[in-house]
Ligand binder design. Structure first.
Ligand code: GLN
Length: 221
């Protein structure tokens, strides 16, 4: 399975993402934001961090990068994409996922492990978990309050596109949403960091099932 990890000025989880994907068996290349082509890969990962210093709105400047044109073509062709934290913000800013990430309720940067529920196991990203399973993953963000209008929320619920919800809603996300899937279920955006939970030495292995499930499904495809 071939994966590309996009690197923006201010990305700080790009190498963690590459390590997590490689540990699961993926062949990973790094792609700079100025590159207009990503190449022939199965998955594009958009990592966490503070792209362009979070100026304007988190992810808004990154979404205008040349590489995001290539990301859009990849998704339009049916390719898979995973956006974590700032990557989720980039995916909403590019319109590849619905909704937006707003400033946390409480206006504080929150950096800790949080409880999540796997809301659906029906995706390449979540097939390694059981639907309804509780897991804990780290979060580290100040703009993680997921918001969407009522019609969008109803559609996400009705079509099983909510991937993860928070056990305790610490950031003000509507419907406790921590991650959502695209219509074709091949794009996932999530605020918690599975790539920071792939090694017991750094506290948790709860993210391993996401990367292993993904690599297994794409290797079979
Ligand atoms: N860890 C991250 O990706 C941070 C995301 C974003 N810059 C925020 O703080 O909301």
């Amino acid at each position: 399975m071939r994966a590309a990890v996009i690197v923006f000025p201010g990305s700080n989880c790009d190498r963690d993402m590459a390590v997590a994907l490689r540990a699961a068996g993926a062949d990973v290349t790094m792609v700079w934001h100025k590159d207009a082509e990503i190449g022939n890969v199965d998955l594009v990962a958009v990592p966490g961090g503070f792209s362009f210093g979070d100026y304007l709105r988190c992810g808004a400047i990154a979404a205008q990068s040349p590489v995001c044109g290539a990301l859009r073509r990849h998704v339009d062709r049916g390719g898979y994409a995973l956006g974590v934290c700032n990557g989720f913000q980039v995916l909403t800013e590019t319109g590849l996922l619905p909704g937006a990430l707003m400033r946390n309720a409480g206006l504080k940067f929150v950096c800790r492990s949080v409880a999540l529920t796997v809301a659906t196991a029906d995706s390449a990203f979540t097939r390694g978990y059981a639907a309804g399973e509780s897991i804990a993953l780290p979060v580290a963000h100040h703009d993680g309050a997921y918001t969407a209008d009522d019609a969008t929320l109803a559609h996400l619920r009705d079509t099983d596109l909510i991937a993860f919800t928070y056990g305790s809603n610490f950031n003000g996300s509507r419907a406790d949403i921590a991650g959502v899937l695209s219509e074709n279920r091949r794009v996932l955006g999530m605020m918690p960091h599975p790539e920071r939970a792939v090694d017991a030495a750094t506290g948790s292995t709860a993210g391993v099932a996401l990367f292993q499930g993904l690599v297994r499904q794409l290797a079979d495809a």
